[in-house]
Design a protein around this ligand. Sequence first.
Ligand SMILES: [Zn+2]
Length: 333
Amino acid sequence: MVNYKDLGLVNTREMFAKAIKGGYAIPAFNFNNMEQLQAIIKAAADEKSPVILQVSKGARNYANPTLLRYMAQGAVAYAKELGWEHPQIVLHLDHGDSFELCKDCIDNGFSSVMIDGSHLPYEENVALTKKVVDYAHQYDVTVEGELGVLAGVEDEVSAEHHTYTDPEEVIDFATRTGCDSLAISIGTSHGAYKFTPEQCTRDPKTGKLVPPPLAFDVLDAVMKKLPGFPIVLHGSSSVPQEYVDEINEYGGKLPDAIGIPEEWLRKAAESAVCKINIDSDSRLAMTATVRKIFATKPGEFDPRKYLGPARDEMEKLYKHKIVNVLGSDGKAQ
Ligand SMILES: [Zn+2]
């Protein structure tokens, strides 16, 4: 048993409570490799933002669970080295799909886990989530549950259509499972193709495609049922057009990639939404940079010469999200 506290990590309880009160949200950035981790920690340390290092089942297998644990421990040490006196870093399992996986993560240094039973019938979701919560809370690990289904594709998680969270279910779910936070579905979506152009309208001023509005009425109804309860938004990348254009310019093929406008996320962050998941945007930043270098410097074969700039671009992106979208800068000294 490796307890996260021995790695210098924290759970989400206190940071979520502060985020709700303060009207901001904590960034949950997914990572799979060293460069992403370096960029996340550098951005969080420079901006003094609490941060959630988020790992999917696929990412954990990609990095190797043992190496990953040491990377998280190293991240805390690196943050301190960068002058961040009290780093607030969470290691979180994204979309845990079984009790066994959640238990394995808890036993290996994770400070927070998500159990995603959203695809199950309601009673089965309640039972599975409660089982994970009962185990996790013995070690003071926090648990995120999910109600409602998000559309899109993310690692092993995929669904064609979304089902909005039913606000009538949230009190019963939170009470019976004891979960610490709840991911809800209000129209955000996984991946870089969140919407088809047919679902969007065109802004007459900018000519840009505008996705269908998020269901803020569902969020409001959930907040009324569970005042002050931490709410999580998945699938909240904005899919910056400049990265998509750069990828396509240098030989990529990402037609009609569309994300969530950042001003909508900013609005959500001011509410009880206290964790916003961002994965695709950093994938795009990395891919755009690497593609550009491969195309413009064909003689380059030192990985540091293309992964290094990709890392710098991701750091810039993470800082932008922290300061301009989530508002979490300066919240963890
Ligand atoms: Zn997700």
